[in-house]
Design a protein around this ligand. Structure first.
Ligand code: SF4
Length: 245
């Protein structure tokens, strides 16, 4: 090709060296020094949740469910949002994330978000974080990982403690550990939403976050009136056909 033509056809921007945001990756794996939670003489613990609180959950009509959801949405999202606008110089996060776990039971090939050598959050940190978030007006708590359900009893305690404070608890999970008893306990304690994230229908070696192994989970969640949000991630392929075959 003639040099002039080569210059004309040269790419105007170069491809990024990596699909990952390298700076973010470094921050996550080599975090900068940050404030450490002040140690107290006595560690705090989350109260043991009673179970069952609702031994015989009665079916709700659709309109009863919608009413319950509307009230909860206003109290946990709407009102805190308007207050955060009003007190805009104060720190009032609308959706705080609590990374309770950094370990995972799966190994998705693209994931940078787990490390099985890192210990999970302590009850002391969880309780003090929830108390602090509540004190500054946050009413939503998104649990994060890793896979939060690696410690179902711990998550049960967090859900119970937060729901008693009228906090909307959101749990994203790969669903593999959502056994009927776990769902019953979380629903009974007052969890608001479960987000099942899947990458494919069939379980594949590099994409184990699949729908087939967890098909019953949705109906079990609905039995406990837990809002259920499925998400399908389409990684690398760029096409639904590949992601769902
Ligand atoms: S299930 Fe989630 S946290 Fe676990 S490896 Fe897959 S993407 Fe990462």
């Amino acid at each position: 090709m003639a040099p002039a033509l080569q210059q004309e056809n040269a790419p105007t921007s170069s491809a990024p060296p990596s699909r990952l945001d390298e700076k973010l990756h470094q921050i996550l794996y080599k975090p900068e020094a940050r404030a450490v939670l002040e140690q107290k003489a006595e560690l705090e613990v989350l109260p043991e949740p009673p179970y069952p609180i609702h031994p015989d959950p009665q079916p709700m009509t659709k309109s009863e469910y919608q009413k319950l959801n509307a009230i909860r949405t206003w109290k946990t999202w709407g009102s805190p949002y308007f207050k955060s606008r009003w007190y805009k110089n104060d720190l009032r996060p609308i959706i705080p994330y609590l990374f309770t776990e950094w370990k995972c039971n799966l190994d998705c090939h693209y994931c940078w978000s787990y490390n099985n050598k890192v210990k999970g959050m302590t009850e002391d940190t969880a309780k003090r974080s929830i108390d602090w978030l509540h004190s500054i007006g946050s009413r939503v708590l998104a649990l994060m990982g890793g896979e939060p359900l690696l410690r179902p009893k711990f998550i049960h305690k967090i859900v119970h403690y937060s729901a008693k404070k009228d906090i909307f608890v959101y749990l994203p999970t790969n669903g593999r550990l959502m056994k009927p008893e776990v769902i019953d306990r979380l629903g009974d304690a007052g969890i608001a939403t479960v987000n099942l994230a899947v990458d494919s229908v069939k379980d594949r070696k590099s994409l184990p976050k699949a729908l087939d192994p967890i098909r019953r989970t949705e109906s079990l969640c609905r039995r406990r009136w837990i809002r259920f949000v499925p998400t399908l991630s389409i990684w690398l392929s760029g096409s639904i056909t590949t992601a769902t075959r």
